[in-house]
Write a protein that binds this ligand. Structure first.
Ligand code: PXG
Length: 460
């Protein structure tokens, strides 16, 4: 075994105990128990090692979150120092603490000037739970308590808790445990799959106009907000056509509907801008954040509010009936602060925008621009999606695209690279600190996995 450490136990021993105690995310647990999960034991930079000593280039930043990669000693040190000084306190009953204050000062120095306040949570799901109550409270304070309905999108993802999954548009999630009242959905702007004969620009506008139709159907006086990811992440790393966001913004403003951007994946430099809405050029009223806020080193999320909303809630709202034990947790805040400092002071976000991001997109286009299996490449910064196509001319997708993508992901693992599959799309979101050499390795290994998949699909 070629390990930079001694695993404490045998892989099968871990797997047996894992099967005895865990229900894993989004998987048939019985099938997983039969197969046995990979046991990940160490991370350094962009690399992970499993308990068998196999090394992987992590092309997904964990779950889109390790902006700085693994093993950053400055983050470890920040956590240890904060634990020594004040391991826990809270923001209840008229108290606060320096760690959370310093984090917020830095956070708002990185955000556009029209945001001022944040409600911290432990996760992205919680950020979106808080969103629903906060948006409704805002309209109550403005004397419009009937404005309660949230509009989301089919195939959007906003988390796994009850209300967050209801905002999302994953029907198979709605079927497990139900929806909540006062939530509606419109179509996703997935041109490749659903655009038909329309140009991307026409399709983008058509999808945006669905929002207007839905608002008119429900009555603008009843609609509180529209929530969407600037680009869909879990739904397949889908970028909307350029015509989409300007039209969505116009509609939200016209009907006095809050525009709520879920920046859980897009935030903290992923696109080469600090936040994805800046990349797409629109101005949301709220931002849901998590993941890259701490580079995933500790759980932390939040709901960022515009000055306009915060002013109404603070000056006219009275008691805000909400609070989480771990909101603004000092250790998570100290790690987030160290993380954001590193992203800023080491010029990492700028590097993604000016150097490594364009480089990744260039080598992807070289490797897959004419690939027989790939119909479209989307991406920017440290983000990319490869769309499988059975017929590139007509954009026909494979009937078994899900199986093919899963197979491609498995080939990737065999090759020592972790890429994510969704319905017919392969996704990459490597750490923002990836070097050109690591990006070369990511694309080279992905190419081998995609070629093997193309052979199975009869395309090579
Ligand atoms: N919003 C968005 C846009 C997300 O992507 C959440 C909210 C929920 O965050 P928490 O912290 O509660 O998980 C997410 C999470 C995947 C994948 O495979 C994506 C997520 C989580 C796990 C897996 O693409 N996104």
């Amino acid at each position: 075994m070629n390990l930079p450490f001694e695993p404490k136990r045998q892989t099968q021993d871990y797997q047996k105990s894992d099967a005895a105690h865990h229900i894993h995310a989004f998987v048939d647990q019985k099938a997983l128990n039969a197969e046995g999960p990979r046991v990940m034991v160490r991370g350094e930079g962009l690399y992970l090692w499993d308990s068998e000593g196999k090394r992987y280039l992590d092309g997904m930043s964990g779950l889109w979150c390790t902006q700085l990669g693994y093993g950053r000693k400055d983050l470890t040190a920040a956590a240890a120092a904060q634990m020594d000084q004040l391991a826990y306190y809270n923001m209840f009953f008229h108290t606060t603490h320096p760690a959370v204050i310093e984090l917020s000062e830095l956070l708002f120095s990185l955000l556009p000037g029209h945001y001022s306040h944040v409600i911290y949570t432990n996760s992205g799901s919680e950020a979106n739970e808080v969103l629903i109550r906060t948006v409704r409270r805002y309209w109550q304070v403005l004397g419009k308590p009937q404005k309660k309905i949230m509009i989301g999108r089919w195939n959007g993802y906003h988390g796994s808790t009850l209300a967050a999954s209801a905002l999302g548009g994953m029907k198979f999630m709605h079927e497990m445990g139900g929806l909540i009242p006062d939530v509606a959905h419109i179509d996703e702007p997935y041109w490749y799959a659903q655009g038909g004969e329309l140009t991307p620009a026409e399709f983008g506008r058509r999808c945006a106009l669905q929002l207007e139709e839905k608002i008119l159907e429900l009555g603008a006086e009843n609609v509180a907000g529209f929530i969407a990811e600037p680009f869909q992440g879990a739904g397949g790393m889908i970028f909307p056509p350029d015509s989409y966001w300007p039209e969505i913004q116009r509609i939200c403003r016209q009907y006095d509907v809050l525009l709520c951007a879920d920046e859980v994946i897009g935030g903290f430099g992923r696109t080469g801008e600090w936040f994805a809405h800046q990349y797409f050029g629109f101005e949301p009223d709220t931002l849901s954040i998590a993941k890259g806020l701490t580079s995933g080193y500790l759980p932390m999320g939040g709901l960022v509010l515009s000055k306009r909303m915060a002013e109404a809630l603070v000056e006219r709202g009275g008691v805000f009936a909400h609070g989480l034990t771990y909101s603004g947790h000092p250790v998570a805040a100290a790690v987030a602060l160290a993380n954001l400092k590193a992203l800023r002071d080491e010029g990492i976000v700028r590097q993604v925008k000016e150097d490594t991001g364009p480089y990744l997109q260039k080598i992807l286009h070289e490797a897959f621009g004419n690939h027989p299996l790939i119909g479209e490449i989307q991406g920017t910064g440290m983000l990319a999606a490869l769309q499988f196509a059975e017929d590139k001319g007509t954009r026909k997708r494979f009937a078994n695209e899900n199986d093919l993508a899963w197979q491609c992901r498995t080939f990737g693992f065999e090759q020592g690279v972790i890429i994510r599959s969704t319905l017919g799309r392969m996704i990459m979101a490597p750490a923002l600190v990836a070097s050109r050499a690591e990006l070369d390795e990511l694309v080279d290994k992905t190419r081998i996995a995609v070629d093997r998949t193309a052979r199975i699909a009869g395309k090579l």
